[in-house]
Write a protein that binds this ligand. Structure first.
Ligand code: DHB
Ligand code: FE
Length: 279
C-alpha cells in the first residue's frame, strides 16, 4: 500500500522564480529564504518519494474568474507550465500519474467531495516554484498529482472543509494499492495582501500561531471563517487553506523535520515546514 512519507508546506511568491533565474540564492535579501531548503532536499533524498500530490491555488492561468471550481484535481499524463506574465522563465513539464489521479477522484467522490477532474491542466508558479525549490536541477524525479483549491474568488471553501478534504485525501492515498511513497505539498501564504487599502499587510503573530498549530493542533485554523482568515492573514494570506488541506493528510501526531519563517519575500511572509507522521 502507498504511504504518505510527510508533507512540505511553503510559500510560492513569483519573485522566487526571478531570484532562481538570476542566481540570487546567496544575495542578502534572498539568503534567509533559500537557506530553508537544503534541509528539505536532504529529507527528500532520504524519503525518495515516487509521487508528489501538490495542493495549491491557481492564479488565473488554468482557471479564470469565469469558471472557478472550489476544488479541482489533475488527471493528465503531463502538466505544462506557461507564461503567467510575471516575467519568470517557464520550467520543464511535469509527469502526471493518471492512474493515481483517478483512484483519488473515485475515493474522494465516494466520500462526497465532488472535485472537478481535469484531463488537461497547465500549472502556475504555485505549483512550479515549490517543485523548483525542492529539485533545483528541474529534472523532476517524481510523478505529480495537482490538487487545486479556490483561495481566489469568494466564496472560498472553509478551513473546516479544507481540513476534511485533506483527511479524505490522506485516506485516498493510503488506499492506493501500490507500494509507493507519497509526499503531499501545500503551497501559498503565509500572511500577505497584494491589493486594496491593506496592501502590504503582514501578521507575524498570526503566522507563527498558525505554524505552531500545524504541529500540535491541526484543526486550530478551522475555528475561523474564511472572512476571519482574510482579516487575520490578508486577501492572499488565505492561501494557507492549501496548508490546511496538506496537514489533513497526516495523522494527529507528527514530527517537525524543518521549519523556516522569514519576512518579507516580495509582499509575503514566507513560511516553510516539513512534517512527518510521528508513528
Ligand atoms: C506574491 C505572493 C503570492 O502568493 C502570489 O501568488 C503572487 C505574488 C507576492 O508577494 O509578490
Ligand atoms: Fe499566491
Amino acid at each position: 500500500m502507498a504511504e504518505i512519507a510527510g508533507i512540505i508546506t511553503t510559500s510560492h511568491v513569483p519573485a522566487i522564480g526571478g531570484a532562481i533565474a538570476k542566481g540570487l540564492q546567496s544575495d542578502p535579501y534572498w539568503k534567509p529564504f533559500f537557506d530553508g531548503f537544503p534541509p528539505v532536499r536532504d529529507w527528500l533524498a532520504r524519503v525518495k518519494p515516487d509521487v508528489v500530490v501538490l495542493v495549491y491555488n491557481d492564479h488565473g492561468l488554468n482557471f479564470f474568474l469565469d469558471k472557478m471550481p472550489t476544488f479541482a484535481i489533475g488527471a493528465a499524463a503531463e502538466y505544462r507550465n506557461a507564461d503567467e506574465g510575471w516575467g519568470i522563465p517557464t520550467v520543464p513539464p511535469f509527469r502526471g500519474d493518471p492512474e493515481l489521479s483517478w483512484h483519488i477522484i473515485e475515493s474522494l467522490v465516494a466520500e462526497e467531495f465532488d472535485l472537478v477532474s481535469c484531463q488537461e491542466m497547465v500549472v502556475d508558479h504555485a505549483f512550479t516554484l515549490p517543485m523548483a525549490l525542492c529539485w533545483p536541477d528541474q529534472k523532476w524525479p517524481v510523478r505529480t498529482v495537482p490538487v487545486v483549491v479556490n483561495t481566489v474568488q469568494a466564496p472560498l471553501p472553509s478551513a473546516a472543509r479544507c481540513y476534511k478534504l485533506g483527511q479524505a485525501l490522506g485516506r485516498a492515498i493510503a488506499s492506493w494499492p501500490k507500494d509507493e511513497r507519497v509526499v503531499v505539498m501545500g503551497t501559498g501564504g503565509l500572511s500577505h495582501q497584494l491589493d486594496g487599502e491593506r496592501a502590504g499587510f503582514i501578521n507575524k503573530d498570526f503566522d507563527l500561531k498558525f505554524m505552531d498549530s500545524m504541529i500540535n493542533n491541526p484543526a486550530w485554523a478551522t475555528k475561523y471563517s474564511t472572512v476571519e482568515l482574510v482579516e487575520l492573514s490578508g486577501t492572499q494570506g488565505v492561501e494557507l487553506l492549501n496548508w490546511v488541506v496538506a496537514r489533513g493528510t497526516l495523522p494527529q501526531k507528527v514530527r517537525k523535520q524543518q521549519a523556516n519563517y522569514h519576512i518579507p519575500i516580495s509582499n509575503t511572509a514566507s513560511g516553510l515546514m516539513v512534517l512527518e507522521p510521528a508513528a
